[in-house]
Design a protein around this ligand. Structure first.
Ligand code: NAD
Length: 371
């Protein structure tokens, strides 16, 4: 890929660029000096990414005269915890990190969320750069500055808004990603199209198979289209007091399912839960007379064809409506004891719908496979 795609997120003094290409060396050599306050970085990554990608990144940076120190943490959602956060910060302090140094979050959404949060609180905030290595993190979690960790009570309940200094995206880094992770990450690409861009949705219908087979040019285009859409929303509503909530399409249902299933130890990936969450959001939109059955069917069809689960039957598990409603009660979008959902009026047009009662939800959930 000759050209490095660049997307600017305009947020006054917190503005930054997303660089997209299939050659990390090319992007880093072109951009890193301008981004760093001084040539010293702490690269935080997880065990899997450390094996596949870390040596390459370290070499590129060191060849460019940048001092590096790496910290490797266990892979997986369990690392988004207070315990890991404390361990990471202590390790950075033991390595004598200073305010002018930068952190690099090299990995998926787990690393990005944890490292972003750590960098927002060490010395009341230091710079960090995202190098996302999963589809989900390239199209979603690395962009927009939401950082955080999970509690036993729910996901992402503690966190901050802290924008990165840059997002450096090499789509060729996805080649080592397990197929299941590729499909799960693709759910966030579908989400972007469904919530805000019908042409993108139609383009995905044609190119879905090639994207899932990791054709670099098409993946880069899909990442670019998703990031442009996300950038526009984040620029309008950085701290999610309004429009940014649209990015949560499928997430209220999805998070609740993810929370419940992962507590029981079965294991569902974030994107898989979002796949079911988007189907439920489409069904609920029809139930609320907001969108047509045809739209709903088109949405469910593309999700199914991608290989994502589309309803509870695909998970071989029983979930009680009451349990899900209990989890909704901790949702950050809940106001005055009623629920807010992101629903759709058309493909490419999501809307925020609030004042949905627990009773209405319970009836809906039970008619959609919950106990
Ligand atoms: N901050 C946000 O705006 C935002 C948005 C969406 C999701 N999230 C969060 O993102 C997290 C999920 O992110 P994720 O799906 O990237 O999960 P992840 O970070 O756990 O990565 C998935 C798996 O892939 C491995 N991996 C990563 N890159 C790899 C590569 N290139 N090759 C081989 N293996 C690789 C990881 O080690 C891990 O086992 C969740 O915690 C979710 O809450 C945050």
């Amino acid at each position: 890929m000759n050209e490095i795609k660049e997307i600017k997120i305009n947020l006054k003094d917190r503005s930054y660029k997303i660089f997209i290409n299939d050659d990390i060396e090319k992007i880093l050599v072109n951009s890193i000096e301008k981004i760093l306050a001084r040539p010293k970085v702490f690269i935080v990554t997880d065990e899997n990414v450390a094996g596949f990608i870390l040596p390459k990144i370290k070499k590129i940076l060191e060849d460019a005269g940048i001092k590096t120190k790496s910290i490797i943490i266990p892979s997986g959602e369990k690392s988004k915890s207070f315990q890991s956060l404390e361990k990471l910060i202590k390790e950075l302090l033991n390595y004598k990190i200073e305010r002018q140094d930068s952190l690099i979050a090299l990995g998926g959404g787990v690393i990005g969320d944890l490292v972003g949060f750590a960098s927002s609180i060490i010395y009341r905030g230091i710079d960090f750069i995202q190098i996302p290595t999963t589809i989900l993190s390239q199209v979603d979690s690395s962009v927009g500055g939401k950082t955080g960790i999970n509690l036993e009570e729910g996901k992402n309940l503690v966190g901050s808004f802290h924008q990165p200094r840059a997002v450096i995206t090499d789509v060729s880094l996805l080649q080592t990603l397990p197929k299941r992770e590729i499909i799960a990450g693709y759910a966030e690409i579908l989400k972007c199209s469904i919530l805000g861009d019908k042409d993108f949705f139609n383009w995905l219908k044609i190119n879905q198979k090639e994207i899932l087979n990791l054709n670099n040019n098409l993946v880069a285009e899909a990442v670019e289209k998703s990031c442009i859409l996300k950038a526009k929303i984040v620029e309008e509503d950085e701290k999610e007091s309004g429009k940014r909530a649209l990015l949560n399409l499928g997430h209220t249902f999805g998070h609740a399912i993810e929370n419940k299933i992962n507590k029981d130890g079965h294991g569902i990936l974030h994107g898989e839960a979002i796949g079911i969450g988007m189907c439920l959001a489409a069904e609920f939109s029809v139930e609320m007379n907001l969108c047509s059955k045809k739209n709903k069917e088109e949405i469910i069809e593309i999700i199914k064809k991608s290989g994502l689960p589309t309803d509870l039957k695909d998970l071989n598990t029983e979930i009680y409506a009451e349990e899900i409603i209990e989890i909704f009660s901790l949702d950050k979008k809940r106001k005055d004891n009623s629920n807010t959902f992101i629903l759709i009026s058309d493909i490419g047009n999501a809307i925020i719908k609030d004042e949905i009662s627990d009773d209405k939800l319970k009836t809906f959930l039970i008619s959609n496979g919950f106990k």
